[in-house]
Ligand binder design. Structure first.
Ligand SMILES: [Zn+2]
Length: 284
């Protein structure tokens, strides 16, 4: 499918996105983060809200603090992964603001000082609880069809659904929810703004369903470990993100188990419930 690309952005500089919204791209590029995490500065009637401070990088956080121009009201966290929230406490100390995340927020590198739930409002922003990529994941919707989608919908790549902290069934259901909203813009945690996202999300869902069918196909008539499935399904194209691919496949298998389509054995091999083959035959 057609993902978006953009040139390497300048660091420590607020870049205009849409009227009233700027981003500063953190200096944490990588195979899972593209050019880096987008730290958004969102104008609200009485100040500025910061969404996802990014990593604990001092020059980046100083630039974010400076860009709020003394008007920061709150720091919002899309979820508890370090590339989005490790700088939260340092930035909160600099700005004197609360740090808000979903009530289920969990992180090894950050803590929240206030809890958010689905439907809560922060100024004009509405919280949308979107578990899948992470159980504590929040998107934030603005009037006019603009949604900050964190890592749930990303313009530059598909998302990892980690095992066991992610949830493939919820991930796909929330993709459909976001698609059906029919918004105009998705502003994701990494990469450029995504216009008219519904068709793009349809392709993301199609990609997942195709992967699911591929897994079922690969398990007929054999048994496989998740690692063997990755080698088979991705045909050696996944070396930079092999562990991420294993996570995705494992999450697919958990969904298929919940759907009653596959089961696992004690030695970590998986097979189809409807398969007539019960002998343990490697799939490679
Ligand atoms: Zn993440």
């Amino acid at each position: 499918m057609a993902f978006l690309v953009e040139p390497i952005p300048p660091r420590e500089i607020p870049l205009p996105v849409i009227a009233g919204i700027r981003r500063i791209v953190a200096p944490n590029p990588g195979p899972m983060t593209y050019h880096g995490t987008n730290t958004y500065l969102i104008d609200v009637p009485d100040g500025v809200v910061v969404l996802d401070p990014g990593p604990a990088d001092a020059p980046h956080l100083r630039a974010v603090a400076k860009a709020t121009n003394g008007r920061a009201k709150a720091i919002l966290l899309s979820h508890g992964h370090a590339d989005h929230c490790a700088g939260a406490s340092v930035l909160a100390d600099m700005l004197g603001t609360p740090v808000l995340g979903h009530e289920s927020f969990t992180s090894r590198v950050a803590a929240i000082t206030g809890q958010l739930r689905h439907g809560d409002r922060i100024g004009e922003l509405t919280c949308l609880h979107t578990p899948g990529h992470a159980i504590d994941h929040l998107c934030f919707a603005l009037p006019g069809g603009i949604v900050f989608t964190g890592d749930h919908v990303m313009s530059w790549s598909s998302s990892v659904v980690p095992f066991p902290s992610g949830d493939m069934r919820a991930y796909i259901a929330n993709l459909a929810m976001l698609r059906d909203r029919g918004d105009r813009w998705h502003l994701s945690g990494h990469g450029p703004a995504l216009p008219s996202p519904s068709a793009f999300i349809d392709q993301l869902i199609g990609r997942r369903l195709k992967r699911e069918a591929g897994i079922l196909n690969a398990l007929e008539p054999t048994t496989c470990t998740p690692e063997e499935l990755v080698h088979r399904l991705y045909e050696g194209r996944v070396s930079p993100v092999f562990r991420a691919a294993v996570h995705n496949v494992r999450s697919h298998l958990e969904k298929l188990r919940a759907d009653g389509r596959v089961v696992s054995t004690e030695d970590g091999r998986w097979h189809r419930v409807d398969s007539r083959v019960t002998q343990k035959v490697g799939c490679l």
